[in-house]
Design a protein around this ligand. Structure first.
Ligand SMILES: *[C@@H]1O[C@H](CO)[C@@H](O)[C@H](O)[C@H]1NC(C)=O
Ligand SMILES: *[C@@H]1O[C@H](CO)[C@@H](O)[C@H](O)[C@H]1NC(C)=O
Ligand SMILES: *[C@@H]1O[C@H](CO)[C@@H](O)[C@H](O)[C@H]1NC(C)=O
Ligand SMILES: *[C@@H]1O[C@H](CO)[C@@H](O)[C@H](O)[C@H]1NC(C)=O
Ligand SMILES: *[C@@H]1O[C@H](CO)[C@@H](O)[C@H](O)[C@H]1NC(C)=O
Ligand SMILES: *[C@@H]1O[C@H](CO)[C@@H](O)[C@H](O)[C@H]1NC(C)=O
Ligand SMILES: *[C@@H]1O[C@H](CO)[C@@H](O)[C@H](O)[C@H]1NC(C)=O
Length: 501
């Protein structure tokens, strides 16, 4: 027992080890308690509904959503028609809460991982990247986005076919990427949870770490540089609008800017007389001539009034025709991000007065008449169309974002369903599966050059990140377990998007 290693007795080494272990335990316990005590128990507020402008939640029921969990909230449509209001009370009545059909991710027992993973210096060492060697314009970036530039960027030239959807959530004190208080220029107040009664903000402190690839660190300057003279377009429903607002905040760092130009008129995105808002928005960053836009097309179908002289006309919802906006402007886009999902239910179709058309005439195919069939047909149609356009526009990268999961527990939106959990990752922190949790979208893009922006399973782990019952002024009982607090989960969608453009 008198062995000596490097001049230290075994006994001394044991003491040192013991000391290290104790120190580690202390750190972990401390981390854990501060972490836990920062969750303030949910309180019941009497809320009153407030929606900014016409950005109402429209609530309707998808009675028989056999696909993904259909969502029930949506923004309104074109020309000031407040479809949302029309839909209220007009919805079908969901009797059985939607099942979470995504496998529960394997739950790691966490605190250790958090602190270890959190530790940037360890991460760097683990990845073996030389510190600071990969920084492009570090000071500007840190100032603009509040980031600490990590050396991991060097390794970012990711393996081909890296699956960004597989990985785990990590607590990261450098998050969020912008402040929910500051980014009022771009965030709808109803989605800016810092402006609501919500008191817990741990959901802002999570970062997605893909398993087999290092994701490039998003910074505003890198984004703008890459998008020099380019246009990124989001086309989809209100979740697409969330992603758009998130990106505007990420690119401005959440700071008020006066030099971003409103170029909506270039895309026909202007408020029509008598409407409360345009069909979308387009903004340009003059320093790099980068344009970011959003166009509202909840179904990704072309909509056409059946009787233009009738103010309450029905609309032909052409399941086999891309939205006119896309046909008209696709040639001007460099990155396109499509999404749809939450409007595919009877309540919404009825409330929006959408009549399914195929081949220019009302649909008679019974397989398509069923909502699931119509959605399948429309999604495959738009993917096929975009894919056929791609050879004409070699610079264009087209993505289809998978469905954003909803989290109504113990009921649905209209039967008292809630998403009150405030503890991040209580259902797991990892996605281990290779396949997408959105078989419809992933199946549609399979074999095409349209890329998958697969965010379903990773977002499924974030039930604490929704608006929940909070708003600036809200009506009792209104729960939004579909849209996300911003900053929040859609920021991650944009990071994954950025890694692929
Ligand atoms: C719901 O969907 C299932 C399977 O897609 C179908 O068998 C059933 O008839 C549908 N129910 C209603 C009420 O539409
Ligand atoms: C939009 O609404 C205005 C008045 O509310 C109407 O005159 C106009 O025709 C509408 N445009 C479309 C495209 O429906
Ligand atoms: C749902 O429908 C059932 C029967 O159709 C009705 O009794 C119930 O009140 C409805 N619930 C809501 C929230 O509309
Ligand atoms: C990170 O690790 C380094 C060295 O391993 C240590 O000095 C530092 O305290 C750690 N930081 C945190 C936040 O755990
Ligand atoms: C901005 O970019 C567009 C292409 O997206 C290009 O046509 C235009 O000339 C650029 N403008 C300037 C001022 O460079
Ligand atoms: C279109 O709507 C107007 C106004 O409601 C109505 O007078 C007219 O008959 C409608 N036309 C057709 C073809 O239904
Ligand atoms: C894509 O299609 C091929 C051939 O049809 C099939 O073998 C494969 O499983 C599909 N992949 C996905 C992810 O759906």
């Amino acid at each position: 027992m008198k062995r000596v290693i490097n001049g230290l007795k075994v006994q001394q080494i044991s003491f040192i080890l013991l000391g290290l272990v104790c120190a580690m335990m202390l750190v972990l316990t401390w981390k854990r308690t501060t972490f836990l005590t920062s969750f303030i128990p949910a309180q019941s507020h009497v809320l009153e509904l407030h929606r900014d402008e016409a950005d109402m939640m429209d609530i309707s029921g998808g009675k028989n959503s056999s696909e993904q969990n259909e969502n029930k909230y949506e923004s309104v449509g074109s020309n000031g028609t407040d479809w949302a209001t029309a839909e209220r009370g007009n919805s079908e009545n969901t009797t059985s809460p939607n099942k979470e059909n995504i496998p529960r991710a394997f739950l790691r027992t966490g605190a250790e991982e958090h602190s270890v993973e959190n530790n940037k210096s360890k991460e760097k060492r683990k990845l073996g990247a030389p510190v600071n060697s990969a920084i492009e314009e570090p000071s500007v970036q840190s100032v603009q986005t509040g980031y600490i530039q990590e050396a991991t960027d060097k390794k970012v030239h990711t393996k081909k076919g890296c699956n960004y959807a597989k990985g785990n959530w990590i607590f990261d004190d450098s998050r969020p990427l912008y402040s929910g208080y500051d980014c009022q220029q771009w965030l709808s107040p109803m989605w800016s949870c810092r402006l609501t009664q919500r008191k817990d903000f741990d959901y802002e402190k999570l970062r997605w770490q893909p398993k087999d690839c290092d994701m490039i660190q998003f910074t505003a300057s890198k984004f703008l540089k890459r998008m020099q003279d380019k246009t990124l377009a989001f086309v989809g429903d209100s979740l697409g609008r969330q992603q758009f607002q998130s990106l505007m905040c990420m690119v401005t760092g959440g700071k008020e800017t006066s030099d971003v130009a409103d170029v909506g008129h270039e895309y026909g995105l202007v408020k029509a007389l008598g409407s409360s808002r345009p069909d979308g928005w387009a903004y340009r960053f003059p320093s790099t001539n980068t344009t970011i836009l959003y166009y509202w097309s909840a179904s990704l179908c072309d909509l056409e009034p059946i009787n233009v002289t009738n103010p309450t006309t029905d609309f032909a919802m052409h399941l086999d025709r891309p939205p006119a906006f896309l046909c008209r402007y696709l040639h001007r886009f460099d990155v396109l991000v499509l999404n749809t999902g939450h409007h595919w239910n009877r309540g919404k179709l009825k409330a929006n007065r959408w009549i399914m058309y195929v081949g220019g005439v009302p649909n008679t195919d019974r397989k398509i008449a069923n909502i699931g069939g119509a959605k399948h047909f429309a999604v495959h149609s738009i993917v096929k169309w975009v894919n056929a356009q791609l050879p004409k526009f070699p610079g264009l990268k087209a993505f289809f974002r998978t469905v954003s999961p909803r989290h109504f527990f113990n009921g649905d939106w209209n039967t008292g369903g809630t998403c009150d959990n405030t503890t991040p990752l209580s259902s797991g922190m990892e996605v281990l599966q290779d396949e997408s949790s959105d078989p419809l979208i992933s199946g549609a893009v399979n074999g095409t050059r349209v890329k998958l922006l697969d965010i379903t399973a990773l977002s499924q782990l974030r039930d604490e990140g929704h608006i929940s019952r909070y708003s600036i002024k809200a009506t009792p009982g209104v729960q939004d377990c579909l849209h996300w607090c911003l900053p929040g989960v859609p920021d991650t969608w944009n990071e994954i998007l950025f890694a692929q453009i």
